[in-house]
Every structure is written in structure tokens, then in C-alpha cells.
Design a protein around this ligand. Structure first.
Ligand SMILES: [Zn+2]
Length: 263
């Protein structure tokens, strides 16, 4: 069975090239077929790695991510990290997306690293852009004031035609509120980055077998992020997942959500 990691990063961790090497070597070590990458250098208030804001545009950040994809098209997919302080997507960015749409699988928004909740009016132009290009949207969710599931819930209801992935199922919680919200919002999906396997199983069994995908945040936890005990239970062949659940969680859900036709 192929494994897709639907949530991984490059960035100054400590450098763009080092993070690229780290992703590729850990994919080999853990047998991952494909990783979806966003570039943490888009953070306007970085809390990990090099904490100096890069002040590069969404377009420059995106070009770095697409370059990694183009160097490894069969292993790496590119998500556009959105920097909402730009207020509006620029003409240059929109022209670039039009030219390269097939090499960009979706949008990533990180409320904590941007100090902005997803339902802030500043995000409207960016969500409209997601609608225009039919991008699925990966959103960091956590207990803090910017990242709570309540913000994402409002946006899922306001944009029923868009699909959203709640990264981490609201980090630093027991994931229960996220699970209940997913039952109310059919366009809210989740990834299991830093989510205990038992809670991912609850989504598969109580919300729907299509609604959660494997993701790790690799390499945010350092050189061997996937060795974290949190992920060891996902890789354990005796972890109690049925073969159908395994197939959906590790492969087909991310493939469908991000429309990865060639993987
Ligand atoms: Zn992440």
C-alpha cells in the first residue's frame, strides 16, 4: 500500500535545502510514496526554526515550494502558504497560479503563524481565490485564540463549495470538539498530525471513512519526526485498523481530497 503524507514542510529548518534533504531521506526511511509540502518561511510571526520573518511574498514562497515539486514530481506536491498581510492576492501571483495550476495542489493557511483567525475579513480575498481556482484548503487548528475550530467551523458553513482540512484536529485538545464539528460540517476534513491513533480511528468510524488523512508535520519535530511515539502506532501493523481503514487513512483520502490523479 502506498502512503501519502498529507502534511509536511520545507522552510528555514534550519535551511530550505536542509529541509528538502530531510523530507526526502525520511520518506525513504519510512516508505512514504508522496508528501504534500507547504513552506513555513511564509510565516509572518514564525514560532519554529529561524524566528526572523522572511518577508517574502506569497508568490516567492510558493515558487520555492513548486521548485521542490518540479525537482521530484512523482514524490512531492506543493501547497501555497498564504501570507494574508498582503491584503489581496497580487496580479503577479494570480498570473503565476494560472500558468502553474497543475503544479499546485491546494492552499495552506496557518492562523497562529499569521496571528489571524481564518474567519477574519482579511482572509476573504484569499478564500475567494481558493474558490476561483478550486483549491482545497489546509488550515492549522489548535486551542489558541487564532486557531480554534470555531473559526474554521464558521468558514466551512460560509463556503460550502470549498473543502477544508483541519490540521491536527485542534492541537492541544482531546480532539473531541473537532470530531463533533466534523459531523456538522460535511466539508470539514482532518489530518492526523499530532493526533493519537485512537482519535483518528474515531473519525474513521464515527464521522466517515473518507474524512481523515495521514499527515505528520514532518520535519517540525526535528531530524526524525516520524520516529515520534505518536507516529509509531500508525506504522504498527497490529494497530487495529482494518485493511479498508488503512487504505483510506494512508492513501485514498488524501488522493481524493487533493485530487492527486497520478499518484
Ligand atoms: Zn504543519
Amino acid at each position: 500500500m502506498k502512503i501519502i503524507d498529507a502534511h509536511a514542510h520545507i522552510g528555514s529548518l534550519p535551511s530550505l535545502s536542509a529541509s528538502r534533504r530531510l523530507i526526502l531521506s525520511s520518506m525513504r526511511k519510512y516508505g512514504l510514496a508522496y508528501s504534500l509540502i507547504s513552506n513555513t518561511d511564509g510565516a509572518e510571526f514564525p514560532s519554529i526554526g529561524d524566528k526572523t520573518p522572511k518577508n517574502e511574498s506569497t508568490l516567492e514562497i510558493l515558487k520555492q515550494t513548486v521548485a521542490f515539486h518540479l525537482a521530484h514530481p512523482d514524490r512531492i506536491g506543493a501547497l501555497m502558504w498564504v501570507r494574508p498581510m498582503e491584503e489581496q492576492p497580487t496580479k503577479e501571483l494570480i498570473a503565476y497560479i494560472k500558468r502553474n495550476r497543475k503544479d499546485i495542489v491546494g492552499m495552506k493557511f496557518h492562523p497562529y503563524e499569521e496571528h489571524l483567525p481564518i474567519d477574519d475579513p482579511k482572509l476573504k480575498a484569499w478564500l475567494d481565490l481558493a474558490e476561483e481556482f478550486d483549491f482545497p484548503v489546509l488550515v492549522h487548528t489548535a486551542i489558541d485564540e487564532y486557531s480554534s475550530i470555531r473559526h474554521l467551523e464558521r468558514i466551512c458553513l460560509a463556503y460550502p463549495g470549498l473543502k477544508f482540512c483541519a490540521a491536527h484536529m485542534e492541537l492541544c485538545t482531546d480532539n473531541a470538539y473537532c470530531l463533533e464539528t466534523m459531523k456538522r460540517c460535511p466539508n470539514m476534513y482532518a489530518d492526523c498530525a499530532w493526533v493519537p491513533l485512537a482519535h483518528a480511528k474515531a473519525v474513521l468510524r464515527e464521522v466517515g471513512i473518507e474524512r481523515i488523512m495521514f499527515g505528520t508535520d514532518n520535519p517540525i519535530d526535528g531530524l526524525d519526526t516520524l520516529a515520534n511515539p505518536m507516529y509509531r502506532e500508525y506504522f504498527d501493523p497490529n494497530n487495529g485498523l482494518t485493511s479498508k481503514e488503512r487504505e483510506h487513512l494512508f492513501y485514498s483520502n488524501a488522493k481524493a481530497f487533493y485530487r492527486l490523479s497520478d499518484i
